[in-house]
Design a protein around this ligand. Sequence first.
Ligand code: MF3
Ligand code: CO
Length: 250
Amino acid sequence: MSIVTRKSPREIDLMRRAGRIVAEVLALVESELRPGISTAALDEMAERHIRDAGATPSFKGYYDYPASLCISIDDEVVHGIPGERQVRGGQVVSIDAGAIWQGYHGDAARTFVVGDVPDPVRQLVDDTRLGLMAGIAAARPGAHIGDISAAVEAIGAPAGYGVVRQYVGHGIGTRMHEAPQVPNYTTGQRGLKLVPGICLAIEPMFTLGTWECDVRPDGWTVVTRDGSLAAHFEHTIAITEDGPEILTSV
Ligand code: MF3
Ligand code: CO
């Protein structure tokens, strides 16, 4: 595992700027999300917004990933590739965005429901957001990575959701993925002690069935093994003297 870096106030300011652009992208996409729109159209809007803001889409070209957003629908958990397919009513649409501002990254995701969905589906989405917020609340100076993991798991597991294990949160800064990893489940280890300046992307993924996932033959799209619906929320945060600060909000 590589070294955990602590960011200076100046660096955190650049990450705040990157994070705001990412938050704006998610708000823009939310406002345009409706039945009939193609996921490629959403991706184009996102890329335009990022570039117009003077930033760079961080996903595009990352291990040859072809787009600026990941758009993952229904049983797709993460890393769905935008394309000509159209969004339909009743779907669960997870959108992940990343941008680089003056060398610093912001990374965030939200899940939306399109039109009407059954109550348990709405509940899954709400609870995954709660899992993220519980994880963030646990990210105080003096706490450990394992406290974040436990807080997320304490929302997801008792409610009976699958809590995805193959993909985890991560440190973030001059690279999208830095040390340490931030699992959404307890590992039996306390993990790194949190101190001011550490920046993390916390990103729970809950499902209505199993936690087990597979990657589709496209090499990217992660789906639940049992076809159950999935939700994903992510914020980039900084640990400050006063507690966690969310960097990916408008
Ligand atoms: N945002 C994702 C994460 O949280 C990464 C996207 S993968 C990419 O780790 F290839 F699209 F960049
Ligand atoms: Co991330």
